[in-house]
Ligand binder design. Structure first.
Ligand code: XMP
Length: 320
């Protein structure tokens, strides 16, 4: 009968067979899928694997450090860490169209990744954390006319451009199985249980307004408080995804005996099994109030907090 342990051994054997003594490069995002892919491949072929972490500047608080610490220091996996934030922020500064932002970030990501791959002497294989639902979704999941809701960020196009073959050891798995495999591989719970995070990161959580480093910092702080409170309340694992969105509106407030004129932010939390549909999460009301208070008191630049009660459909999970 089927166990994750047996699946792991089988996957490792397949990777060894496919790769031989070739070189593999893997883009790390800090998410569950790419993390599990990297650790699995490293178990199979050791230092024939190099990971590349492109920091586009749209990561959450502390995330870049966590990735580097885990992979370089804990697992001793060769890791290239590129801080490309200036390039990315420069490229989408002033841009407000969601699709243009997504496409620009996707294109730049490929360019930066390609450049880094060349620097380390290239590779024969590109590893990707493609899951079974990704395989199906790219075929068509509606049955109706195919409409692009959002251009998802991935490294499509890269394997052909660089003449690499794909290694996709998670292609038969669903998200919960990837998490099981991650545990089997000894990845810490803080990684295995992580909420999904979109490729374009915080850049698609600052809708309808020019993106600046200052706004990214404001959003990062609000987001960190929100997630900290959710963890402290023991609700993190009950939620598929929770995040803050910085709204393109400033509102009047009063603080002490002064007037404030600062941004409003929206909090979102949903439950879901696969991200295709989702329900808004019902918080205990006093908790949301406490979180709003903390954000308004602790984050300079936000003086109003709202909660998003939209399910998917008709909304999507992300605002852009
Ligand atoms: P939406 O907003 O389409 O999101 O309901 C569904 C799930 O996908 C995540 N998401 C992305 N993931 N690259 C990704 O890898 C992307 O470009 C991207 N956009 C959205 C989203 O966070 C949610 O979990």
């Amino acid at each position: 009968d089927w166990t994750m342990d047996a699946y792991k051994d089988d996957a490792i054997a397949k990777i060894r067979k496919q790769v031989g003594d070739g070189k593999v490069i893997c883009g790390l995002s800090g998410g569950v899928d790419s993390s599990v892919t990297a650790v699995l491949i490293h178990e199979a072929i050791g230092d024939q694997l190099t990971c590349v972490f492109v920091d586009h500047g749209f990561m959450r608080a502390g995330e870049a450090d966590q990735v580097v610490t885990l992979f370089r220091d804990h697992y001793n996996i060769p890791l290239v860490h590129v801080d490309a934030s200036a390039t990315f922020i420069g490229a989408i500064e002033g841009e407000t169209d969601p699709e243009i932002k997504r496409k620009t970030i996707g294109r730049l990501f490929i360019e930066v990744f390609e450049e880094e791959a060349k620097k380390i002497g290239g590779a024969d294989f590109l590893a990707q954390g493609t899951l079974y639902p990704d395989v199906i979704e790219s075929v068509s999941f509606t049955g109706g006319p195919s409409v692009t809701i959002k251009s998802h960020h991935n490294v499509g196009g890269l394997p052909e451009r660089m003449n690499m073959q794909l290694v996709e050891p998670l292609r038969e798995l669903f998200k919960d199985e990837v998490r099981d495999l991650g545990r089997e591989l000894g990845l810490p719970d803080s990684f295995v249980g992580r909420h999904p995070f979109p490729g374009p990161g915080l850049a698609i959580r600052i809708p309808g307004q020019p993106i600046t480093r200052e706004k990214l910092d404001i959003l990062r702080k609000a987001d960190a408080i929100y997630l900290e409170e959710i963890r402290n309340a023991g609700l993190y694992d009950a939620i598929w995804q929770a995040f803050a969105v910085l709204l393109p509106v400033r509102t009047v407030g009063v603080m002490g005996d002064g007037r404030t004129y600062d941004y409003a932010c929206a909090l979102r939390a949903v439950t879901s099994t696969d991200g295709m549909t989702a329900d808004y999460f019902s918080f205990p009301p006093d908790l949301l109030g406490r979180i709003a208070n903390r954000i308004i008191n602790e984050v300079n630049g936000i003086n109003r907090v709202t909660y998003d009660y939209t399910s998917k459909p008709p909304g999507t999970i992300e605002w852009e």
